[in-house]
Design a protein around this ligand. Structure first.
Ligand code: DAL
Ligand code: ZN
Length: 267
């Protein structure tokens, strides 16, 4: 499979395209308070029941997520829910931007003070704990790419289509509105050297193996596992961590399933 070796280049390029690369002197970090109010689609149905059953050994899957059908497709009704399902079928509401983005206190492989550093507060706290836990085990992790706005994702996706062709681009990159990075609940992670960051060669590194084993303890899942490409719609991405909370992460990891399967959906 053709690698997306140019991911980092693309991310920098997209930063430039999106006008969010750091100028010579760092700009202040965006504060949640000053962010625009998201234009959310009003839920047409009650929020889904997402709790993982605790007593049965063969629990029923969580309810299918609530969505509203628009001309663009299925729009999630609960974009701020921690367990929100965003994939090739389910998209975020127009203009969605989480209201509680913060910068986790972890190392990053880049120095720019831009939005790639951000995650939603609960996920950011959990990620700080994960990175500290890894450090205790002698594994030094760093952030590669966290929050991406609709516009940044659009630039990135279009860049991949142009440089890698549409078929390859779609295996690794979500269309704008369909990326977990826009939820503020995802972070791409690499070793602190940045070697193999967001690249196929990250697989089977000590850092990837540590994440595969321990991410669950902090409420994260490897969102696009090997062997589940037909279900998730994406190639194996051992670097893409998605925060879902400890309870759901434990259920998903124990069963060896994806978030789609957790909701009883199979791609
Ligand atoms: N790489 C994942 C699929 C994204 O672009 O959101
Ligand atoms: Zn990712």
């Amino acid at each position: 499979m053709k690698k997306l070796r140019t991911t980092l280049l693309a991310l920098s390029l997209v930063s430039v395209i999106a006008g969010c690369s750091a100028p010579q002197s760092p700009q202040p970090q965006p504060q949640a308070k000053t962010e625009p109010t998201p234009k959310l689609t009003q839920p047409a149905q009650p929020a889904p029941t997402t709790q993982a059953p605790t007593t049965s050994t063969t629990p029923a899957p969580a309810s299918k997520p609530a969505t509203t059908t628009t001309t663009k497709g299925q729009v999630v009704a609960n974009p701020m829910e921690i367990a929100v399902l965003v994939n090739k079928s389910f998209m975020l509401p127009d203009g969605f931007r989480p209201s509680d983005l913060v910068e986790p206190n972890i190392p990053f492989i880049f120095t720019e003070k831009d939005e790639r550093r951000l995650m939603r507060k609960e996920a950011a706290t959990a990620l700080e704990q994960l990175v500290a836990g890894a450090k205790k085990d002698g594994i030094f992790l760093a952030g590669v790419s966290g929050f991406r706005s609709y516009e940044t994702q659009a630039s990135l996706f279009n860049y991949y289509v142009k440089t890698q062709g549409e078929e390859t681009a779609r295996k690794y990159s979500a269309e704008p509105g369909h990326s977990e990075h826009q939820t503020g609940l995802a972070m791409d992670i690499s070793g602190s050297t940045g070697k193999c960051a967001a690249d196929d060669c990250f697989a089977d590194t000590p850092e990837a193996n540590w994440l595969a084993k321990h991410a669950v303890e902090y409420g994260f899942i490897i969102r696009y596992p090997k062997g589940k490409e037909q279900i998730t719609g994406y190639a194996y991405e051992p670097w893409h961590l998605r925060y879902v909370g400890k309870k759901i992460a434990q259920e998903i990891t124990a069963k060896g399933i994806t978030l789609e399967e957790y909701y009883g959906m199979h791609g």
